[in-house]
Design a protein around this ligand. Structure first.
Ligand code: SF4
Length: 499
């Protein structure tokens, strides 16, 4: 069986996923969604921009999937001493990996059936002694991220280790080519190879088990996973604790150690039992228990230590609801959506301040300031911190006087913060969509999401297809309206239930 760097990368994110990739029922995998496709396209574009700067750059020629032929073609390029090899093929067995320096030799014969396939983005020729002569190669991987995450460094160590077998010389280093300004990062192999070996061994052991590792649903890691539908169905059928907001892997581990396996048993637990455990404290413990009670009883609860009623939220004759769509790759906030609700005039007006071209960002920023200053006393409701951070960013970027911006920021009210400090709801996530849908609100664009809007805006810039802009604007307006629904519900619930 072939083990590659992708298995190792995924194992660090979720122990279950690469085991399913190896042994799972492939037809149950979902097709890649638009967002995943965009990430793949971005990665290819990033690779190409780096390759464009490299001369004497060669790619081994071999029939698709014939790794032995790929390894021979790569070896031939290495023997010729070309400067760069793009997506070369390196093969080793477990014994080869375990026979290098600092290896646990006792492991070497346990997994003879596995072959390790390494395809570093680049092999870079360097001075040094190897089986080829007075040159050697070091691996370099091109990553979309801006930081040298642990998972990237483990993958780089994997490539370095397989390369050691092929060239009979340990590379002195490995590089990560990141998307930051200082983009070449040097990986400390003496630190990361032993860690990689530990993870690799754990993964091989997981592959030998009859059952894949347990499901643990975490929105961040599961959202882009092709096994999500299958795993989510299992988690729901088990009423798995990971579906409860606030149950992190660390907290889950602690709960299991206390034999708390179900929402019922967590709902019956005293906060004192949890509060000194790793991952818990005096705020988290009661909140998690009330969260379990809320899900169990299918109703919202006021938190025991909720904010005082008068601090929670206020209403006003004119209210504004604000939501932004951004394109992070371009450092661009291209859509500032504002819903103005004038209760006295009984009107609701939505303003969609859109930069059809990135260079129009300053224009919509000025339009935004003009609009919010028309109602100098209206609170500006938003959901989470992004809107505040963006207003600060735009003010700095376009050198807006503090006197124009500070009074506006003072009117911002974060509905998410107010809500999560006051109540718990019988839901799986405190994202705007989950809360508003629990209240019965529906978005007109069923498939839309903030992430998809990033992709659609890119497509608009490329194709000029105006329907994409219309979908984004509709989605953004509904975000503003959903924020309003949540705020109105919170005000009413607090007034009725908090004394
Ligand atoms: S859906 Fe989540 S738990 Fe399941 S394999 Fe993917 S990342 Fe792991």
């Amino acid at each position: 069986m072939l083990i590659n760097a992708e298995h190792l990368l995924q194992y660090q994110r979720c122990k279950r996923r690469p085991v399913l990739d190896a042994h799972g029922d492939r037809p149950q995998r979902a097709a890649p969604n638009e967002l995943l496709l965009k990430l793949q396209q971005d990665k290819i574009a990033h690779r190409m921009s780096i390759l464009a700067d490299l001369s004497d750059n060669h790619k081994p020629d071999f029939p698709r999937g014939d790794w032995k032929a790929g390894a021979s073609a790569t070896l031939e390029l290495m023997q010729r001493g070309v400067t760069y090899i793009y997506r070369g093929v390196l093969l080793a067995n477990y014994q080869d990996l375990a026979n290098g320096e600092d290896q646990d030799v006792s492991l070497c014969c346990e997994y003879p059936e596995y072959t390790f396939l390494s395809r570093p983005d680049l092999l870079v020729k360097q001075p040094g002694e190897s089986r080829f002569g007075d040159w050697m190669y070091v691996p370099a991987n091109i990553e979309l991220g801006k930081r040298p995450k642990q998972e990237y460094q483990i993958v780089a160590a994997f490539h370095a280790q397989v390369l050691t077998k092929v060239q009979a010389k340990i590379p002195e280093t490995a590089w990560l080519l990141l998307r930051s300004q200082a983009r070449n990062y040097t990986v400390d192999l003496s630190k990361w190879i032993p860690q990689m070996q530990g993870i690799l061994l754990e993964f091989l052991q997981a592959l030998e088990l009859a059952e894949p590792p347990e499901v643990f649903i975490s929105r961040q890691k599961c959202n882009l996973c092709h096994w999500y539908n299958q795993c989510y169905a299992i988690a729901q059928s088990q009423q798995h604790l990971s579906l409860l907001p606030g149950v992190t892997p660390v907290r889950y581990h602690q709960l299991r150690a206390l034999s708390i396996h179900t929402v019922e048993s967590l709902a019956d637990t005293s906060p004192v039992i949890l509060e000194n455990l790793p991952g818990f404290d005096r705020t988290v413990s009661p909140k998690l228990i009330v969260q379990a009670q809320s899900v169990l009883q299918k109703r919202p609860f006021i938190l025991p230590n909720a904010l005082p009623r008068e601090d929670i939220i206020f209403t006003s004759p004119v209210e504004m609801y604000f939501d932004i769509e951004a394109q992070p790759d371009l450092d661009l906030d291209y859509l500032l959506g504002i819903l103005v609700v004038d209760k006295q005039a009984n009107t609701e007006t939505f303003y969609s301040l859109l930069a059809e071209r990135p260079e129009e960002e300053e224009l919509i920023w000025q339009q935004f300031l003009d609009l919010v200053w028309q109602y100098p006393h209206a609170p500006i409701y938003h959901f989470c911190a992004y809107e505040v951070d963006t207003v600060k960013r735009l003010a700095k970027l376009y050198q807006t006087p503090n006197a124009s911006v500070r009074p506006v920021l003072n009117r911002f009210v974060d509905v998410y913060e107010q809500l999560t400090k006051s109540v718990v709801l019988p839901i799986e996530s405190y994202a705007l969509k989950a809360i508003a849908r629990w209240l019965g609100f529906e978005w007109r664009e069923k498939e839309a999401s903030g992430a998809k809007c990033i992709y659609w805006y890119d497509q608009w810039l490329e194709t000029g297809d105006r329907t994409l802009l219309e979908v984004i604007q509709s989605y953004n307006e509904d975000d503003c309206r959903a924020t309003r629904n949540v705020k109105d519900w919170l005000v009413e619930f607090v007034q009725l239930n908090l004394v």
